[in-house]
Design a protein around this ligand. Structure first.
Ligand code: MBD
Ligand code: FE
Length: 283
């Protein structure tokens, strides 16, 4: 049972993430030699685990039925992004000198409404949560301002739900999702609300696995961003909150010290504010 009343069922939010993913054109030009090497090493790692833990037939059958259930719940994007993506992200951004990145996760949707450099995120008139004003600037590694750089921002609401992935909750399509175009100096000032931590739904196969292992199914509260500017590598990152719940034990292992914000109260008493800039690597 999910503790939240009217919580969207895992099968719904999971299936939604699978639907969105299937619209993406997926290709990789890996050679047969490379495919073979990766598969052989993957299986060898698995054999090692089986021997080390003397995995039983009962456990093997349980694995089969659980794998089938992840697919039926449409939770492969969720499971992979929670348990595997952090390593992929780390390997693929290790060469960078600019801002640290983090995983994209399963709930990004391209094409969010375009907003000016000074803006308020699309939200309900009575949107719950602490108001948050975020000022920042996008620069290149050499220090030059990247005027017109674009910051795509998406995050959960005060209940920990994402628009378009919580059917039946009545959240407007683009709630707390925006595509912000920075000014000539790459600056922006975005008004939003602080998100709540995200809980992997415990009625789906991913959440069931966490419960079976005694793992907390939570991710700390976070803001997702994709930052782009011509001639620069796209930065995908997440920002977290100092002292926030689960920041020390993110189930997705996607927290890095450079990504933790310390919001301060605003002088006018209207919630909190943060300053956080992005530095992009040239291509
Ligand atoms: C999320 O909100 C998220 O960001 C990731 C990576 C996985 C599951 C839910
Ligand atoms: Fe998220």
């Amino acid at each position: 049972m999910n503790a939240r009343t009217d919580a969207p069922a895992a099968a719904e939010s999971g299936a939604k993430a699978t639907d969105k993913f299937l619209h993406k054109q997926v290709t990789a030009d890996s050679s047969p030699e490379r495919v073979s090497a990766i598969l052989e090493d993957t299986l060898a790692a698995l054999f090692e685990v089986i021997r080390k833990h003397q995995v039983t037939y009962a456990e093997y059958d349980l694995l089969k039925s659980w794998l089938i259930q992840v697919g039926e719940d449409g939770e492969w994007p969720l499971w992979l992004d929670v348990f595997v993506e952090h390593e992929i992200e780390d390997v693929n951004t290790a060469h960078r000198h600019g801002s640290k990145g983090s995983i994209e996760g399963p709930y990004y949707v391209p094409g969010a409404p375009e907003l000016p450099a000074e803006c308020t995120m699309p939200m309900r008139p009575d949107e719950k949560g602490t108001a948050l004003l975020w000022r920042g600037q996008v620069r290149s590694v050499n220090g030059s301002a990247l005027g017109g750089a674009v910051v795509e921002l998406w995050h959960a609401d005060d209940d920990g739900y994402y628009s378009q992935f919580a059917e039946g909750m009545g959240i407007p399509q683009w709630n707390l999702r925006g595509t912000i175009v920075t000014d000539e100096e790459g600056r922006f000032a975005i008004g939003t609300v602080q998100p709540s931590p995200y809980a992997i739904p415990t009625d789906g196969a991913t959440g069931q696995m966490c419960l079976a292992a005694g793992w907390s199914p939570f991710r700390p509260a976070h803001l997702h961003v994709k930052v782009h500017a011509p001639g620069h590598e796209e930065l995908t990152a997440q920002l977290y909150f100092q002292g926030g719940e689960h920041t020390e034990n993110d189930i997705a292992k996607a927290v890095k010290p450079e990504l933790i914000l310390s919001p301060t109260p605003r002088a006018d008493g209207q919630g909190k504010e943060i300053q956080y800039d992005f530095v992009l690597d040239p291509q």
